[in-house]
Design a protein around this ligand. Structure first.
Ligand code: ZN
Ligand code: ZN
Ligand code: FE
Length: 773
């Protein structure tokens, strides 16, 4: 008996070697038919012996290529079409349909061994790739994923490559970026001013020699440029810091050839090793070993280093030639601007930073930074979601309308939804300047086109001055009838993002701790306990309000928050040691502002409290990058100290339901310890323990009131390892079910996802967003 079926496979099935796999499976079973990529998935038709067709259907999901991720298989039986062979057919495009696009994938072991074997025609070729590895998202201009829709279209294949590409049994069959030295992209080493660095038999060897000599070199990668130098060379690292300017002590990431090298300077546990070597190849935050070989200036005042392994063939060749233990590989950008992706832009903008520039002529269509992950409490927790992860969608447990969620301001991402998918953009950056805003807008249009999404609703933050909020309003003003605007409170979005990532659909006690989020009362929130579901939240508890003298300036200058907290405790009788430290004039000026309430918005931010303690301890008065003061405070905390300081949790008189966490006693105790000359590491640990203490107690009291036992943790402050690795087990010990982030960032990079989920749920169910301030 013969049988004929059409099979529609959805998920990550394009650009991952799926069609050659289907071809081999079908021909092996003597089935006739075809397979093709369409914009709604892979479509297969097979006909043959009933038994063989059944085996085919069974084997399809079981033996699918390692990088594919099948979400759904639909099988339709129908009469025979009398096909005489099995073939891979041309892609077809259907209007309005979309398929997920694969992220870029680190070099696979097959390609690596070919690249290292002298007999192979791609021996040491820096752009080797196959259906299982290589660039994807960064070269795609449109779907379906075919060479003509990528930046590889300008290279015409040589006969050998064309034969592989066309041979249905070859592992490079329809590998869109397939190329070789004869026909594909090539590299070129330039001087910083863009002039060729002179003829060289091997630009890679020349580059590594220059790196070893202490030069700074801009290197074009897969999603943009890096700035590289020898990570163990103090002078080179210091010079790179100086030339990069403005970013002060922001940590640089490093890249080493392999795990063995990494283990020479960092601790690596099993989970971390797994992440480092995964095909996503993220930057993993690893604990430095004592006497770490890497220059202290790579990540100053930080016990952790961001480390990654080579993910392109070019990186691999460079690191294999390089004699040192690691290269600094930090984002090739200027100040707060987006990553540089084009050669001419690199020559123009990096000429004062890089001594040399190693370019190639495969264009990058979409910028994509390196992703950053840390392992917290034995679980991976993504900090920056970009290369290797974006634009993979997060599957939702429900069908969503088409929504554009514009995100927040810092570490911005946006999110588009369609069907049961949420497409979170790659990390965009801080939306504070024209260049980043331009990149953001361009990227939104690209995502809309790639995934065939035309949003009906635009979700945005409540903050009226975020560029993302203004963008949403502009967008709406252009076509007010088509789009609905949906403002969403920042911490509601944080908690909803954590809930949706974990598929939670009931009320939770949301614990959101971060730097800044605009509240429904116009104050700046940031240490919030919210009884939350998708349709709204009730503010159950928060840190006591305190003025931020100078508004945004207080975020950049922790000493201002230090004075604000001291003033709130001591009034004008601030201990003289602090007056001496910051100077009478400065201190009195801030106290006057506080007294008169001048330009001092109120905040309940956890981040600002950490800043204040960092300032009071004399660790950091002015920050070079976001959260620096809090990170440096965390880094010195003594993990063996168990004590904490006093605090008070009380019912607010006017609003019966709201608990206020008052850290007055905490500040008094800290000052007391300073006067006793207690080591700052002990003071930092005691302060952290205090925050942990009041978090656990507040959750208990909210549970007592409401009977809710589920908690969800979110917000940038909860990326603090000391806090997270004690709060989460602490809650679990007390019988709470505790959800936290893993695939979506806990910081503001996860806000867009939360906004999208809330907007989707309230509009699908016709709910009114309910907020009880
Ligand atoms: Zn490969
Ligand atoms: Zn070729
Ligand atoms: Fe936030």
């Amino acid at each position: 008996m013969n049988k004929t079926v059409t099979i529609i496979v959805k998920g990550i099935v394009q650009g991952v070697g799926f069609r050659p796999f289907v071809y081999r499976l079908a021909t092996g079973l003597a089935l006739n038919g075809f397979v093709l990529n369409s914009s709604s998935g892979v479509i297969i038709e097979v006909e043959g012996e009933e038994k063989a067709v059944d085996i085919f259907l069974e084997s399809l999901p079981r033996y699918a290529p390692p990088l594919s991720n099948i979400e759904n298989i639909e099988v339709i039986s129908h009469p025979s079409n009398n096909l005489k062979s099995f073939e891979i057919r041309e892609s077809v495009e259907e209007k309005g349909r979309f398929v997920p696009v694969s992220p870029d994938i680190g070099i696979c072991s097959d390609c690596l061994s070919e690249m290292l074997s002298p007999a192979d025609r791609r021996y040491k070729y820096p752009f080797i790739n196959c259906t299982n590895c290589g660039p994807r998202f960064t070269i795609i201009q449109d779907i379906p994923y075919d060479r003509r829709m990528t930046t590889m279209s300008k290279f015409s294949m040589c006969v050998d490559c064309a034969n592989e590409y066309g041979d249905q049994s070859d592992r490079r069959y329809h590998a869109q970026p397939d190329a070789c030295r004869e026909c594909g992209p090539s590299i070129q080493l330039l001087r910083g001013n863009g002039v060729g660095a002179g003829p060289s038999a091997c630009p890679i060897q020349q580059t590594t020699i220059l790196l070893q000599q202490g030069n700074i070199i801009a290197i074009k990668g897969i999603g943009g440029f890096h700035l590289a130098c020898d990570a163990a060379n103090d002078a080179a690292v210091a010079e790179l810091r100086k030339r990069k300017g403005r970013e002060g002590n922001k940590p640089f990431a490093v890249m080493s050839l392999d795990l063995d090298k990494v283990k020479q300077y960092c601790e690596v546990n099993e989970k971390e090793a797994h992440l480092l070597t995964s095909s996503e190849k993220p930057i993993v935050l690893l604990k430095k070993l004592p006497n770490c070989l890497i220059s202290a200036d790579v990540a100053p005042k930080n016990n952790y280093l961001g480390v990654m392994l080579p993910y392109t063939p070019l990186h691999y060749l460079l690191l294999a030639e390089f004699h040192g233990c690691a290269l600094v590989m930090t984002s090739g950008n200027v100040a707060d601007q987006p990553l540089i992706k084009d050669n001419h832009e690199a020559i123009e903008k990096l000429k004062d930073i890089a001594d040399y520039i190693l370019v190639h002529n495969r264009d990058i269509h979409n910028r994509c930074d390196d992703s950053i992950i840390s392992v917290l409490y034995s679980k991976e927790s993504i900090i920056r979601r970009a290369r290797g992860y974006a634009p993979l969608p997060i599957a939702l447990k429900f069908n969503s309308r088409q929504i554009l969620a514009v995100g927040a301001e810092l570490k911005n991402t946006f999110c588009l939804t369609k069907d049961n998918y949420a497409f979170i953009s790659q990390h965009i950056g801080d939306l504070k300047n024209y260049e980043t805003l331009h990149y953001y807008k361009e990227n939104i249009e690209h995502f809309k086109r790639l995934f065939r999404i035309e949003p009906e609703i635009i979700a945005h933050d409540l903050h009226p001055n975020y560029l993302s909020t203004r963008f949403a309003q502009e967008y709406h003003n252009l076509q007010p009838i088509t789009y609905n605007l949906q403002p969403i409170q920042h911490h509601h979005a944080h908690i909803a993002s954590c809930m949706a990532e974990n598929g939670v659909d009931e009320k939770v006690i949301g614990v959101a701790m971060d730097g800044i989020g605009y509240g429904t009362d116009g104050n700046i929130w940031g240490c919030e306990f919210l009884l939350t579901d998708y349709s709204g939240f009730e503010r159950m508890a928060h840190l006591k309000y305190i003025p931020m003298p100078g508004g945004d300036k207080a975020t950049e200058q922790p000493w201002r928050m230090a004075i604000s907290y001291l003033y709130s405790v001591y009034g004008e009788a601030i201990p003289s040691r602090f007056l001496k430290r910051w100077g009478d004039e400065k201190t009195l000026f801030i106290m006057k502002m506080l007294k008169q309430g001048l330009n001092s918005p109120l905040t309940s931010s956890a981040g600002r409290l950490f800043d204040a303690v960092s300032g009071i301890l004399g660790l950091r008065d002015v920050v070079d990058y976001e959260a620096q003061a809090a990170i440096e405070l965390e880094m010195i905390a003594d993990g063996y100290e168990n004590r904490g300081y006093g605090f008070e949790i009380r019912e607010q008189r006017e609003k019966e339901n709201t608990l206020i966490i008052d850290p007055t006693k905490t500040i008094l105790d800290i000052v007391h310890d300073i006067e006793l000359d207690i080591n700052p590491s002990i003071i930092s640990a005691r302060f952290h323990n205090t925050v942990i203490g009041w978090t656990l107690e507040t959750c208990r009291r909210v549970r007592d009131k409401t009977g809710i036992n589920k908690t969800a943790l979110s917000g940038g402050v909860l990326q603090n390892r000391y806090l997270f690795e004690r709060i989460k087990p602490g809650l679990e010990e007390q019988g709470f079910e505790c959800f936290s982030h893993s695939r979506v960032p806990s910081n503001d990079g996860g806000i867009s996802f939360g906004q999208a989920v809330i907007a989707s749920r309230i509009t699908v169910h016709g709910l009114q967003l309910s907020v009880y301030g």
